[in-house]
Design a protein around this ligand. Structure first.
Ligand SMILES: Cc1ncc(COP(=O)(O)O)c(C=O)c1O
Length: 374
């Protein structure tokens, strides 16, 4: 099932509302700022040990612009992802890569497709380009929120861009790579039959380190594939704002033309380069989070919360109704624990998404959850 939407061009873009700040929540719930724990934004609980990278808050690196080719960062990313340096474009987080991808491939009247529920930014950056959006429903929750491949291929006929999220946020499920390959083959075959270029396909792999695989190899088979990676999740550097668009050089070229010359700061580039050169740090973080994820699933399902399987750094829980989920969210917030909620009318309105955090922070969550009806 797919719904197609287009914002009338004479109407201003909506003002998007992001997560409330920690200061705001502390004031609203009359709690000390230090007691607030963000279970809503999928950041890492512990910092990576990169103490030796910067010499202090006024590091001399800050006086200089970054090198325009980001050669050190690009080399580290190319090695880490197993691609050539000219297939890497550093960006200010994955979100900038998503924005640049939309700028490169969408214009007024274009069509973009995604599989919902998914990360909201695909809709936002599509809408900002004045493009039309076809949202294809994922398969039922009991079937693991998998992609409806025939419906995706149908919706993508004549589209310029297809967005995919692997593993998917907010459901936590990952599609087997063969199924993504199957979709790409269908898109290529349809385009060849209709005598037009195949759509660009952007696969957002923000959480790919948690599932331990990538669709990058498929770029050999489908040249218009753009893979988007980030240092924000497994590498625990969300505040540094470093991500990448990874694609064949000819596909990367139109994306590069929209990036400001120095959108990744010198300090962030230094931290990200060091983090990529020390893969053992991210691997330890992923292992720690996987262990805590299993523990949270065990403890919370023991008290009647219903988790969906997750291959990411967060877990989606379903409640008896949207009202019960909203009451559970309020109960957590009163304790300074911030869940991700989905507004009324959203297909996941009866769910909460919770980031897996440190053992101590998860202890607080489990204690608070025991007081809350499921
Ligand atoms: C699927 C997905 N993509 C991208 C992002 C944004 O990542 P970044 O911090 O690199 O901009 C997030 C953050 O939550 C995400 O969940």
């Amino acid at each position: 099932m797919s719904a197609s939407t287009k914002r009338p061009s004479d109407q201003p873009l909506p003002t998007y509302v992001w997560e409330p700040t920690t200061d705001f929540l502390a004031a609203r719930y009359r709690l000390p700022r230090e007691s607030i724990v963000r279970f809503d934004v999928n950041t890492s609980p512990l910092p990576p040990d990169l103490r030796d990278v910067l010499t202090g808050p006024f590091d001399p690196l800050l006086c200089e612009y970054p090198p325009s080719d980001y050669a050190g960062l690009v080399a580290a990313a190319a090695e880490s992802y197993g691609v050539a340096p000219d297939e890497i474009l550093p960006t200010a987080g994955a979100d900038e890569a998503l924005d640049l991808t939309a700028r490169a491939f969408l214009r007024e009247g274009s069509v973009a497709v995604d599989a919902v529920p998914t990360y909201a930014m695909y809709g936002i950056v599509t809408e900002q380009r004045g493009a039309r959006f076809r949202a294809v429903s994922r398969r039922h929750a009991d079937e693991g929120f998998g992609l409806d491949i025939p419906a995706m291929a149908e919706a993508a006929r004549g589209a310029d861009l297809v967005w995919l999220c692997e593993p998917n946020n907010p459901t936590g499920a990952a599609e087997p790579p063969e199924r993504i390959g199957e979709l790409l083959d269908l898109l290529a075959a349809d385009a060849a039959r209709d005598g037009r270029p195949a759509p660009a396909v952007a696969v957002d792999e923000a959480y790919s380190e948690f599932v331990g695989r990538s669709v990058l190899a498929l770029r050999a088979r489908y040249p218009r594939l753009v893979v988007i990676r980030t240092l924000s999740k497994a590498h625990a550097l969300a505040g540094a704002r470093v991500g990448f668009a990874v694609a064949r050089p000819e596909t990367l070229a139109p994306i590069l033309s929209f990036r400001a010359p120095a959108s990744v700061s010198t300090v962030s580039a230094a931290l990200a380069t060091a983090a990529l050169r020390r893969p053992e740090l991210a691997a330890a973080n992923v292992a720690r989070i996987a262990e805590q994820r299993a523990r949270l699933i065990g403890e919370l399902s023991g008290i009647g919360w219903r988790p969906y399987p997750s291959q990411a750094s967060f877990i989606l829980f379903r409640f008896g109704s949207a009202e019960v989920a909203a009451a559970a969210a309020e109960g957590l917030l009163r304790q300074g624990l911030v869940p991700r909620t989905f507004g009324p009318g959203h297909p996941l309105a009866d769910c909460l998404r919770l980031t897996v955090r440190s053992a101590q922070e998860n202890d607080r969550l489990i204690r608070a959850a025991r007081e809350i009806p499921a």
